[in-house]
Ligand binder design. Sequence first.
Ligand code: FES
Ligand code: FE2
Length: 463
Amino acid sequence: MNKTVNLEIQPSALSDADLSEPLTYPVDAFISREYAAAEREKLWPKVWQVAGRVEEIPEVGNFITYEIGDDSIIIVRDAADQINAFHNVCAHRGRRLVDVPAGSNGARGSKMRFTCGFHGWAFDTQGNNVHVHERQDWKGCLTPERTALTRVKVDQWGGWLFVNMDPEAVSLAEYLESAASILNPFQFDKMRFKWRQWVVFDCNWKTALEAFMEPYHVAGTHTQMLQHGDYYAYSAPFGLHGVSGFDQRDPDLKMKQSSTITRAGKGADPRISTYNLQNEIYTTVNFASTTETLVNAAKRLVDELPEGTPAPEVIKHWLASARADDAARGVEWPTITPEQMAQAGLAWHVFPNMAILQGITFALCYRARPYGDDPNKCIFESYAIERFPEGQEPKTEWVYAEATAEKWGMVLAQDFSNMGQVQLGMKSRGFRGALPNPHQEQKITNFHRNLGRYMGTGAPVKL
Ligand code: FES
Ligand SMILES: [Fe+2]
């Protein structure tokens, strides 16, 4: 455990405490071709990154590919309890083993044997070479090591498959701390896809991801939400990762409102405002960020509780009845203490390119990555995961969905409407660098602090 994170990663001049000071960073990270090229050398080959969900490869031989820059990685189930990852390249003369459509978000399929389309060399699901056409021509020099596929580190957390191309990388468990420990009570591994969609945006991958890293934008972007709640946020770094949640600006509420599902909403009657907030979220965030069970239980609050019931009692009753409703249909809730809920806050950034907005039985997640070598484009993916009764998990596929409210819901479409405009605006000669909110946007400054460590840029700096 005392192995430091990667020797090539620079220390930052900024401490955690410094992140609450006004900081700035330049726009290169978003618009420069040189910076994007440097990311391909210094960032992507060094970090653990989420390649998919375990549920995508349930059977032996099932595989997915993960595309990042010029690298393509095959993640394949080799046995019930064994998953392997390899660079997607034939050991002979370098043809990709699995064809991945250009600009797609990856290939998927099922094979026990990966046969190269060029000269027919073949490999098993452990990466061993199992066939070389006319092997004798190499005069006995082809060792198993020289002809095997090149391994990539792969590990799991929360039902996600993570890969790391650096053979010297620290373990995934160490890399994810302390985000993983704080989020483990949610048992994301018990959740399954509800929907999953992707799209190509005209912006840098960081521009897209950062649109989901702070609730500070709610007042300016999601104005319709303001009638249902207060969105003043806290944010905090946790090593490479970061968290944000709703702050207790209103002392009269006398309860921690860190998460979507411990909020009573805004209004005189918490029985009504709890329902209004949940219903608003469910119908405008593409049936994610809460669940049908929670919305329905909230709808009954006016019938089940007397007028004047204080907000903490309303929340307690609501969660208990939703829990019972779920139990009746075979969905068990994990045990999460109020302290654990509060510490987990609303949403996490997992360095470098993953965001998780979590609840007791659900999560809304995002991933953004470069599109080719263009700093002005990215592949953006979002998906909802939820606990379902066993055997009733929906069958889902990755769907390419244009960035409209019809396809993604009103709230995500509102977020999307900023991205291209931010990318264009950052190129302006008149832009002097970002001014992230020192209280509410520390997740973003922490992201740039850690990017600066990998990239050796030293950003951000004090204003
Ligand atoms: S490049 Fe794969 S068999 Fe020749
Ligand atoms: Fe948003």
